[in-house]
Design a protein around this ligand. Structure first.
Ligand code: ATP
Ligand code: MG
Length: 573
């Protein structure tokens, strides 16, 4: 491709509405342009990278025995009514009506459509196992579309659905997808972790998220330094140490703590470690109940664990006003003594005695507080978030915390959809059996964005070779010099004939601005063709990642570059 014949509108300025690096760089590098909130045009350079990811996904899905098909984006409401999700999916589901007033939605995911297709086409256990996938545009009316392709409203997803006769076959299908996902993200050249994930409301039995590691990731994940254990922080288990309840030694005493609201302030004022303090959180459930949650002072609440314990969908911290109402004091002084709310406490507090807690009175705390004696705990549970340095629940090693971007998700669905839609097959005894399903998604655009979050510097993108829009950028220093242009054109033709994807920067512009664009768009290899080098029959090769430069003999340049590309892509060109 020649730059002068291409559409590659790079920007010098950083667009003001872009918050994260990948969004800024994808706009600046001319990969995407916004049409409406969360809805983007994929420009030629962006599309090439997207297609690379899709190709890797296709090859690995096919290798794992999955079969590609394509389902419609517009889905009749009836199917969603049958599964029960029409009423429950909420406002992320964009609903529309046709000219006959029939209700439809734009597909945010395709469990209903695929289950309907399979119930109408598959009758016998002999047709199993079956794994069907598509790469298609999805629409989710996200509350806060943001970060460019990272959280769009319209986005490209690969979604696969497996169908099996029983649970153990479904487990095998899941394992195959898990391994295929590992290969996909390895082949994309990304650093990632597969982490145990919360199964949320869908209530499946098992789930893993594939997280690309990046400092800007929305998710926190824990990962063991010694073994394979990794989990989303929402799910990460905390090792519970067995202990017997300690005997209280101190008497309950109210002390003045003027202006000390936070754990840090109280801990400094009383000269006690934060572990000796109780953090009392007043929370509200989506069912409208206000209750108290107690944690050790240096621990944080894991809201998902609390929801699971209470059997509710959401918990939020009570407003200042509500805190005043139930405790009689401003926020910062809440404590369990004398509080008329249900009290839940984290396991860590079981082994504590004579602790400090808020006195439900401005500028006052209690010391010598003891559960059982001074207040009742309704239930102790694992409620805190895992932390760096915690003990690994699998091997006893030490946990580390990383930030990650969820790019893929594998999920065991059981018979949730086949039961609702009546998707059955006849087994070898002629008995009707509900199908066991799994679903497996990858965000294609999000994968490209995550790759950029993980691979960039202050000058621009540093594409991993396997998903780079082009392998090589050939920059003509001065295209007005005939022999320079001719040599570059020849190299361009040679590289193309060897199967290397080349962008030829033949623009008549200052070399400085061409080099700036080259850094910005991040093509992994860069060859500069200039009069000075040609005198020595040489061109300069620079690697985007390391910045290393060296001269290559003009005659060998194309073959050498081809070998480098093959080596970096693993599976050939
Ligand atoms: P999130 O928690 O980030 O909203 P999700 O759990 O809703 O993701 P899934 O329903 O599992 O996502 O979808 C499968 C994949 O699709 C995700 O792993 C992610 O890569 C991608 N994806 C989901 N929502 C979006 C979005 N709004 N924009 C871009 N990609 C998305
Ligand atoms: Mg979502």
């Amino acid at each position: 491709m020649r730059y002068t014949e291409y559409l590659l509108p790079t920007l010098k300025e950083t667009p003001s509405d872009a918050e994260v690096v990948s969004h800024k760089l994808m706009l600046r590098a001319g990969m995407i342009r916004k049409l409406a909130a969360g809805i983007y045009n994929y420009l030629p350079l962006g599309l090439r990278s997207i297609r690379k990811v899709e190709q890797i996904i296709r090859e690995e899905m096919d290798r794992a025995g999955a079969i590609e098909l394509l389902m419609p984006m517009v889905i009749p409401a009836e199917l969603w009514e049958e599964s029960g999700r029409w009423d429950h999916y909420g406002r992320e589901l964009l609903r529309l009506t046709d000219r006959k007033d029939a209700p439809f939605c734009l597909g945010p995911t395709h469990e209903e459509v695929i289950t309907d297709l399979v119930r109408n086409t598959v009758r016998s256990y002999r047709q199993l196992p079956l794994n069907l996938y598509q790469i298609q545009g999805k629409f989710r009316d996200e509350i806060r579309p943001r970060f460019g392709l990272m959280r769009g409203r319209e986005f490209i997803m690969k979604d696969a659905y497996s169908f099996d006769l029983d649970e153990s076959c479904a487990d095998l299908a899941y394992e195959k997808m898990y391994q295929a996902y590992r290969r996909i993200f390895e082949r994309c050249g990304l650093k990632f972790r597969a982490v145990e994930a919360d199964t949320g409301n869908i209530g499946g039995t098992s789930s893993h998220e594939f997280m690309v590691l990046a400092a800007s990731g929305e998710d926190a994940i824990v990962s063991c330094g010694q073994c394979e254990y990794a989990a989303n922080i929402e799910k990460a288990e905390v090792v519970i140490e067995e202990c017997s309840a300690p005997t209280p030694a101190a008497t309950l005493n109210k002390v003045a703590t003027p202006d000390c609201k936070s754990i840090e302030e109280v801990s400094a004022f009383l000269n006690l470690a934060p572990q000796r303090l109780v953090k009392t959180l007043i929370v509200q459930t989506d069912a409208g109940e206000t209750l108290a949650v107690l944690l050790q002072g240096n621990h944080e609440l894991n809201e998902i664990k609390l929801c699971r314990l209470l059997g509710c969908n959401e918990v939020t911290l009570a407003s200042d006003e509500e805190v005043r109402k139930v405790t009689g004091a401003p926020p910062g002084f809440a404590g369990p003594v004398g509080l008329s709310l249900r009290v839940f406490a984290d396991f860590a507090l079981r082994s504590q005695s004579d602790v400090v807690a808020g006195a439900n009175e401005v500028d006052a705390h209690y010391v010598g507080v003891n559960p059982g004696r001074d207040f009742e705990v309704e239930q102790y549970a694992d409620l805190r978030a895992a932390r760096a340095g915690d003990i690994c629940p699998r091997c006893g090693g030490v946990l580390e915390i990383w930030r990650g971007i969820e790019v893929g998700h594998v999920f065991k669905l059981g018979t949730r959809y086949s039961a609702a839609l009546g998707a059955t097959v006849l087994d070898d005894k002629g008995q009707e059996r509900e199908l066991f399903m799994g679903c497996y998604g990858i965000g294609v655009g999000r994968t490209v964005a995550a790759a950029i979050e993980q691979n960039h510097d202050e000058n621009g993108i540093i594409f991993p070779m396997p998903i780079a829009p082009f392998h090589v950028l050939v920059t003509v220093v001065n295209p007005r010099q005939e022999e320079v242009l001719a040599a570059a054109e020849k190299l361009y033709a040679e590289l193309q004939s060897l199967g290397v994807e080349v962008l030829l920067d033949d623009r008549d512009e200052r070399p400085g601005s061409k080099f700036k664009d080259a850094d910005l768009i991040g093509i992994p290899l860069r060859i500069t063709v200039g009069a000075r080098g040609l005198k020595e029959h040489a061109v300069e090769l620079q690697e985007r990642a390391s910045g290393e430069r060296r001269m290559l003999p003009l005659a060998d340049a194309s073959a050498m570059v081809r070998d480098m590309v093959v080596a970096a892509c693993g599976d050939g060109l």
